[in-house]
Design a protein around this ligand. Structure first.
Ligand SMILES: Nc1ncnc2c1ncn2[C@@H]1O[C@H](COP(=O)(O)OP(=O)(O)OP(=O)(O)O)[C@@H](O)[C@H]1O
Ligand SMILES: [Mg+2]
Length: 289
């Protein structure tokens, strides 16, 4: 299953899409809220049920002990978004100033996320927030660059509006160059369209010269619930946003598999971290029975 990093030029719906995809996936799924500008799910969708004792920031301290310690800490800092525990969240930063401590954490976290997807069969989504560039390079603190470099897919979330496309246009070339140089290749870059505005998927793909892998409908009430919390909207479970999100998870998975087959990549081997996660996955499964 793929690791998909979601990014935007500016507030296009990354967090909402990340939640919709994670909640709609037919497989076990995880959303890692890694927006350096701070997380919003803890106080929004999760209604404050994930306390400050959990989350991304604690992984920085664990990483200083070693990758094995981070892998152990990782599992204990996830919170369940459903009763069965199949949809997990790594809650994001409470204070954006904490992002500076995570520079060394991103590469190991990227490896753990890959193990979770490859070994434990999770659909992994990363909310990587707004892209920040510094002299054409991904900013080392304001963007979790290592997570983008190691993702199977880097998905730029755009809306079908002039405003959104004109902001996104400037990011494509430097992002592709960065993924070519440091990542798994510029072709890991793709678009997710939020269907607001006049432009359709084929027009967006043509305008930005990047494939649109999936689209989510404009659905203010369900999106507002996902991004801000509050009362469950009427028809939530059967809503267009969640139904299309389910289709989108399959489209993203298929695209990642095509890349893997085309590039003839072997499954990644992370023996040390894989062992830790396997033990933890078995413990959790044992606990559920
Ligand atoms: N599919 C959608 N339909 C309607 N409204 C949407 C949709 N997706 C997102 N929104 C709304 O757009 C606003 C921004 O969404 P969201 O917070 O997910 O964006 P973001 O890219 O994570 O922003 P930021 O970079 O500020 O974290 C929210 O009010 C949200 O409810
Ligand atoms: Mg966000």
């Amino acid at each position: 299953m793929p690791v998909t990093a979601l990014v935007s030029a500016k507030s296009c719906g990354v967090t909402t899409a990340g939640l919709a995809l994670t909640l709609a996936s037919q497989r076990p799924s995880l959303l890692a809220e890694c927006d350096p500008a701070g997380g919003s799910i803890r106080t929004g969708y999760m209604h404050g049920t994930a306390t400050a004792g959990y989350g991304l920031y604690h992984l920085a301290a664990a990483e200083r002990v070693g990758p094995d310690a981070l892998a152990r800490a990782f599992a204990s800092h996830l919170v369940s978004m459903d009763e069965a525990g199949h949809r997990k969240l790594l809650p994001g930063l409470i204070d954006p100033a904490e992002a500076a401590a995570l520079g060394r954490t991103w590469p190991t976290l990227a490896e753990v996320l890959h193990v979770l997807s490859a070994d434990a069969g999770y659909d992994v989504y990363v909310d990587a927030g707004r892209l920040a560039l510094d002299a054409g390079r991904l900013h080392p603190t304001l963007t979790p660059a290592a997570l983008l470099y190691q993702a199977d897919l880097v998905v730029l979330v755009v809306r079908g509006t002039e405003q959104s496309l004109s902001l996104a246009r400037h990011l494509i070339a430097p992002l592709r160059a960065e993924l070519d140089e440091h990542g798994t290749g510029g072709e890991s870059l793709a678009l997710l369209l939020i269907e607001e505005g006049p432009y359709r998927a084929h027009q967006v793909a043509e305008a930005l010269a990047v494939p649109v892998l999936a689209a989510l409908p404009w659905d203010p009430s369900v999106a507002g619930f996902l991004s801000g919390g509050g009362r469950v909207p009427r028809g939530y479970g059967r809503s267009p946003l969640l139904r299309h999100a389910r289709t989108a998870t399959e489209q993203l998975d298929a695209a990642a598999q095509r890349r893997r087959i085309h590039n003839q990549w072997p499954q990644p081997a992370h023996a040390q971290i894989a062992g830790v996660l396997k033990r933890l996955t078995q413990t959790q499964e044992g606990g559920r029975d």
